[in-house]
Design a protein around this ligand. Structure first.
Ligand SMILES: NC(=O)c1ccc[n+]([C@@H]2O[C@H](COP(=O)([O-])OP(=O)(O)OC[C@H]3O[C@@H](n4cnc5c(N)ncnc54)[C@H](OP(=O)(O)O)[C@@H]3O)[C@@H](O)[C@H]2O)c1
Length: 256
């Protein structure tokens, strides 16, 4: 594949800013980048002090001088610009989002602010600071959306792809459900298992599934190889929600 940024030879000399770097996917990306190359600069960008402090303990400065933790909000353009400029960022992995379907449904305006306006800010900051590449994390729910979350991620995708060009390469990745990620169905079933009852919203529901490792693989592949302007969709197996419930709690009643 043509590789305009010549990134195929590793990450040496590059500076990554990961919005949502303390989240399930963000942590996986940081772990992989630090394992793959100890010299690449990694900026973990998110709002929550507590989550950053906990993660910072896993990456002490004495061992990981290249990993930096920055408190910031994608809804605040200044905080993105300052971080990108200060750390001379050339690649943004944009993973920060409101991702719980029901929470987005109850808070559509906040969902719009974070997922759509926040993405617009990421693009604006990237352009102002001269970032070379953005990899945006999207979802299969952005396709023919039926929820505030799906609509917001669909709009975010469009904003990302439209910003591709003039020296900025922008790609989006559409995932299915990341197996076992925070707030997903597996941890919920595991938690509820003890009650002898697992709640199922719709027995016909099936989900495309990807492991965290596979999700990180696609991010790294995209950061190295994507040409810009494309949506990458990994081919994923799907499972029925009732099968997962049976596997997690074979003795449990499935409450519909
Ligand atoms: N998990 C899945 O199954 C799945 C499937 C498809 C697509 N995705 C997409 O993958 C991405 C990552 O998901 P995830 O599972 O890693 O989510 P997560 O575990 O909920 O992490 C979200 C991260 O974003 C940060 N964040 C949220 N709002 C922010 C804001 N306004 N400014 C800065 N940081 C903010 C959070 O930290 P603070 O709250 O401390 O700021 C956290 O670090 C999301 O874009 C999601 O839509 C996830």
């Amino acid at each position: 594949m043509k590789n305009p940024l010549n990134l195929n030879f590793g990450f040496i000399g590059h500076s990554y800013l990961i919005t949502g770097g303390t989240g399930s996917l963000g942590k996986g990306i940081v772990q992989r980048l630090t394992q793959a190359n100890s010299t690449v600069r990694i900026v973990v960008f998110s709002r929550g002090e507590e989550k950053q402090q906990q993660m910072a303990q896993e990456y002490p400065q004495s061992v990981y001088p290249n990993v930096h933790f920055v408190i910031g909000d994608i809804c605040n353009l200044d905080s993105l610009q300052i971080a990108c400029k200060y750390y001379d960022v050339d690649i943004i992995i944009h993973a920060a989002a409101m991702k719980h379907v029901d929470v987005c449904e109850r808070n559509p305006s906040e969902c719009l602010r974070v997922n759509i306006d926040g993405t617009l800010n990421v693009v604006k900051a990237a352009k102002q600071v001269g970032v070379k590449r953005i990899v945006g994390i999207s979802t299969d729910k952005a396709t023919a959306p039926s929820s505030a979350y799906g609509y917001s991620k669909g709009m975010a995708e469009k904003i990302l792809l439209q910003s591709n060009g003039n020296g900025l390469l922008v790609s989006a990745i559409r995932y299915g459900n990341v197996f076992g990620s925070s707030g997903s169905v597996i941890p919920r079933f595991l938690k509820d298992k003890g009650k002898g009852e697992l709640g199922i919203t719709d027995i016909n529901m099936s989900r495309f599934s990807i492991t965290l490792d596979e999700a990180v693989d696609v991010v790294i592949f995209t950061a190295k190889n994507a040409l810009g302007g494309e949506v990458l969709i990994p081919k994923l197996p799907s499972y029925r929600i009732t099968d997962v419930a049976t596997a997690v709690g074979p003795q449990c009643r499935q409450k519909r």
